[in-house]
Ligand binder design. Structure first.
Ligand code: GDP
Length: 456
């Protein structure tokens, strides 16, 4: 394979920058541009060593650097690798990158280092995919579930499930060659037991995606209410706290705004809606339709009402909209004389989750957080032991595999010949191989790694 190079640190000015190189010619190329203070032959330099010196071009010093050496197969990619620690300026790093290219390296594609780690068999596909999850993590929980996947927790589970299947397949093969080995009844029993166990474990994995999705994408939360109910005040209350605001996607003022926040370790993806109201303004209408759509798509709706005024027609419209949804009702402006009662039947028909707040005085916000924690009890997920599917690709494959388990079960029930049942069983194996990457097309591999950043 060619020798690849890339700037691995984020663009911009920083204390140091790292240029990463991997491939057969790595040491040859580094040797051409790096003049260490203590010169040694590459044979004398051990892996995991750092050497101090200068990057030089035409006898002129380009930068003072540290170069770390990783010798195949003990490196990230299992190939010879070097990392050049430079001063963290764009100009210097580009210059050194150019020198590497001039001396025979090729520019790495996004994720190519990790792709090589996968192709060279150091990690499987689920582990490679976890690398991108760790880098993109928006909360500690998400990072931790990524680390668990990198450690191979999911791979191990898949491997164990595959082994259950393989054990039975081997027996079937033996029985075909030596019919006296097992009676068909024994075989059918064995297959049926295996399908039961495999089905159960796959179902557990499939179900874990409910929480996995929340950990990865956040709970999609829509704040809705009529104009002046206090939506933006509430949003400010939440966002101005010390809780980490991780991402900030700003749309136009009439569009929706999305923000990630952590509430007691639960990631919420807040969607600020443009407000729900009767409107004659065309542009505004689009905003409202969008609000209704957002409310429909949301995992959680926080409906806010101005409790200093009786329920209006608009409020009743909103109540209609949120019926049968996962919802928290906030009675706002409780610092003023109250016109809406917490026990109002119209509200309690919708939900018992009714909380009094004053967005102006920041009162009752903690109660809201407690309620959210209760409703989405992620603390119950034990990230150390529970295997969590967070990746939609894995989820789809597991659902497929489950379908094949059911097909095999049905075939068994109607006494289909064993070799037909075997076809379904082999399909399950093939599905599982797609997760770990043994049987996966190049297109899918390329698609997965194209989402990586440069230098990883
Ligand atoms: P939005 O249109 O739903 O986003 O409502 P705003 O957050 O802009 O609030 C509308 C008005 O109500 C503003 O003048 C706020 O200062 C006021 N307001 C919001 N929350 C409270 C509250 O808890 N108590 C009182 N007294 N006024 C509030």
């Amino acid at each position: 394979m060619s020798t690849i190079v890339s700037i691995a640190t984020a663009p911009g000015i920083g204390g140091i920058g790292i240029i990463r190189m991997s491939g057969e010619d790595t040491f040859k190329i580094v040797n051409k541009l790096f003049k260490p203070i203590n010169n040694q032959n590459i044979e004398e330099i051990k892996g995991y060593r750092i050497k101090y010196g200068y990057i030089v071009e035409n006898d002129e010093i380009v930068d003072e650097v540290l170069v770390s050496y990783f010798k195949a197969p003990k490196s990230y990619t299992k190939e010879n690798m070097c990392e050049i620690n430079t001063h963290g300026g764009n100009v210097i790093m580009r210059k050194i990158l150019e020198l590497c290219l001039k001396n025979g390296a090729e520019l790495a594609e996004p994720g190519e280092f990790t792709k090589r780690a996968f192709l060279n068999g150091r990690i499987d596909l689920t582990q490679a995919e976890s690398v991108i999850d760790i880098i993109n993590a928006k909360s500690e929980k998400e990072a931790k579930s990524g680390i668990k996947q990198l450690e191979g927790q999911l791979s191990k589970e898949i491997k164990e499930i595959k082994q259950l299947i393989l054990d039975v397949l081997v027996n079937i093969e033996v029985s075909i060659d030596y019919p006296e080995y097992d009676t068909p009844e024994v075989q059918e029993n064995e297959i049926s037991n295996m399908l039961e166990k495999v089905g159960e474990r796959l179902l557990n994995l499939e179900n874990s995606f409910n929480n996995g999705k929340i950990i990865k994408d956040g709970i999609k939360t829509a704040i809705i209410g009529k104009p002046n109910a206090g939506k933006s005040s509430l949003l400010n209350c939440i966002l101005n706290e010390d809780r980490a605001i991780v991402t900030d996607f700003a749309g136009t003022t009439r569009d929706t705004i999305e923000e990630f926040i952590n509430i007691n370790g639960i990631p919420l993806k807040l969607i600020d809606t443009a407000g729900i109201r009767d409107s004659n303004d065309e542009v505004e209408k689009i905003g409202i339709n969008k609000s209704i759509k957002e409310a429909n798509d949301a995992d959680l709706i926080i409906a806010i009402f101005d409790a200093s005024k009786p329920l209006s027609r608009e409020d009743l419209e909103i109540l209609k909209l949120i019926k049968d949804k996962k919802v928290i009702i906030l009675l706002n402006k409780t610092d003023l004389p109250q016109k809406i009662d917490q026990n109002d039947e119209k509200l309690r028909d919708i939900t018992k989750n009714i909380i009094k707040i004053s967005a102006l005085n920041k009162k009752g916000i903690e109660d809201l957080y407690t309620k959210i924690s209760e409703m989405f009890n992620l603390n119950e997920i034990n990230l150390n032991d529970d295997i969590l599917i967070t990746n939609i690709r894995h989820k789809k494959i597991i659902s497929n595999a489950l379908e094949n388990v059911n097909k095999a079960k049905d075939a068994l029930k109607i006494n289909m010949p064993i070799d037909i049942i075997t076809i379904y069983i082999k399909d399950i194996l093939e599905d599982l191989g797609q997760i770990t990457g043994e049987v996966v097309s190049e297109d899918i591999i390329n698609e997965i790694f194209s989402k990586f950043c440069l230098g990883k």
